[in-house]
Design a protein around this ligand. Structure first.
Ligand code: HEM
Length: 455
């Protein structure tokens, strides 16, 4: 017989549900649900949603029974921004889009982007000077935006437009998660200043991308080895140019949104961890000094940077920027011994799963050696480790992100040590992704200041 009680998160308010907790401290709130059970009911305004705390249940939703779920609420609300892009399209449209995009993320293409990744990391950090205080957030955002923009649009002629698109993006991304989780529904349509700003930036970004597509199509510049050229050449059967251009715009926006903040936040967390763990930093520097030669960090060298890769893996575990994704049942489903009707919403938090002490012992200890022989992750840890999701909606940019982060971290850390200034009293921040607290960061030139005090 199926049990009929599901744990409920305490503190729900009429109409608002758990909106207050999800706005004030979403990471702490979701983590606090883990102890309540494998499936915990929370309220998004008046709508119930179920937090999945058990990796087996998560695998069923994302992989085994993926056909019984769509992406649901979080993504519907993104539609007026992302259109029908890969990130939030469903069913046959998603399959067609994934086929259209896949060649651009083929391993062969990624090896070519490695050069861009190294050059952009070099460009951003070359502007630093010993002892300078930088905003790590902004530097990492500029870096990942530069990488994605150059991989997408390699034509020099569009360089200034891609910078403008990046500016719009940095306004839009922080507004996205807030809108998606807001319980206010119809009230969001009111012309508040935030809504007007959002709409204005959406128009601006779409116009910018539309213009770039026109340049590529009509000035014969569609022979660049970049993502946009591949999209322009991709098969989109039966769609006239106008419609294809809208689809391509959707994809460019999807990739720029999904592929910039995520990697930028991960690298910010990583440099925070290095600054807090001098022994990890020292081992990383030893590896970089032993493996790297003069010149840009290359694709081939990444294969030898074993410890650097373990540091990235551990950052994606402990400080996973993906704190929430959602699914919605499209038919009645049975999960964890409960029968739940079509339309039921589910919350999955990779970050919370990665901090489960029953899966990752001592989960708040930053320990890259978890990922290296002789320890290696166990099968249940692999099951629970979902920084890039799983199944048919798994991140299409996972390899891209891996090479990007290893190359960028290696390029920066071989020359620079980053130390943290005084705490601001704040905690980790969330927008569409989880970010570390904003703390002043000082950069130290390793070639000049080998003995600078660590924070
Ligand atoms: C550290 C970096 C990254 C992380 C942690 C990350 C994480 C994720 C996750 C968890 C999903 C699945 C969401 C879900 O199932 O609901 C996803 C999807 C996606 N990601 Fe990433 N991502 C990263 C970097 C990138 C990059 C660099 C790109 C592109 C250049 C990218 C493009 C996408 C796209 C287009 C999707 C939608 C795929 C689909 O639905 O078929 N991501 N990402």
């Amino acid at each position: 017989m199926l049990p009929n009680t599901i744990a409920r998160a305490p503190g729900s308010l009429p109409l608002l549900g758990h909106a207050r907790q999800l706005t004030r401290d979403p990471l702490g709130f979701l983590e606090s649900q883990r102890a309540l059970g494998p499936l915990v009911r929370v309220n998004l305004g008046p709508t119930p949603a179920y937090v999945l705390n058990d990796p087996e249940l998560v695998q069923r939703v994302l992989v085994r029974d993926a056909g019984s779920f769509d992406k649901g609420r979080l993504f519907e609300k993104l539609r007026d921004w992302l259109g029908e892009g890969l990130f939030n399209s469903e069913g046959a449209t998603h399959r067609a889009r994934r086929r259209m995009m896949q060649p651009a993320f083929h391993h062969r293409e990624i090896t070519r982007y490695c050069r861009v990744m190294a050059e952009e990391a070099e460009r951003v950090s070359a502007g630093w000077h010993d002892g300078q205080i930088v905003s790590l957030d902004e530097e990492m955002h500029e870096l990942t935006l530069g990488i994605v923009a150059r991989a997408l649009f390699s034509a020099e002629v569009v360089r200034s437009s891609s910078r403008e698109i990046g500016e719009s993006l940095s306004v839009l991304l922080p507004l996205l998660a807030r809108r998606s989780l807001s319980p206010l529904g119809a009230l969001e349509k009111l012309p508040t200043p935030a809504k007007l700003r959002f709409d204005r930036e959406v128009v601006r970004i779409r116009a910018g991308i539309g213009e770039i597509i026109r340049v590529y199509r009509h000035d014969g510049s569609d022979d660049h080895a970049d993502l946009l050229t591949m999209l322009l050449r991709a098969d989109d059967p039966g769609a006239p140019d106008g419609l294809r251009d809208t689809h391509i715009q959707d994809e460019v926006i999807s990739v720029m949104s999904a592929g910039t903040d995520t990697s930028a936040a991960t690298m910010s967390w990583l440099f925070h961890e290095l600054a807090r763990h001098p022994e990890v930093e020292r081992k990383l520097h030893e590896e970089l000094d032993a493996v790297l030669t003069a010149g840009p960090v290359s694709y081939e060298q990444t294969g030898k940077l074993e410890y650097t890769r373990a540091v990235v893996s551990e950052t994606l575990r402990m400080d996973c920027p993906i704190w929430i994704t959602m699914r919605r049942a499209t038919s009645t489903v049975e999960l964890g011994g409960h029968r739940l009707p079509a339309g039921t919403q589910f919350i999955i938090s990779p970050r919370t799963l990665h901090r489960d002490p029953t899966v990752f012992p001592d989960p708040l200890r930053f320990d890259p050696l978890r990922w290296l022989a002789p320890r290696q992750p166990e099968p249940r840890q692999r099951l629970a480790y979902l920084p890039f999701g799983a199944g048919r909606r798994k991140c299409i940019g996972d390899s891209f992100a891996w090479y990007e982060m290893v190359i960028a971290v290696a390029t920066i850390a071989r020359r620079w040590r980053l130390s943290l200034g005084a705490r601001t009293g704040g905690r980790g921040r969330t927008s569409a992704v989880a970010k570390p607290e904003a703390r002043p960061v000082t950069v130290h030139d390793r070639t000049k200041s080998a003995t600078t005090a660590k924070s």
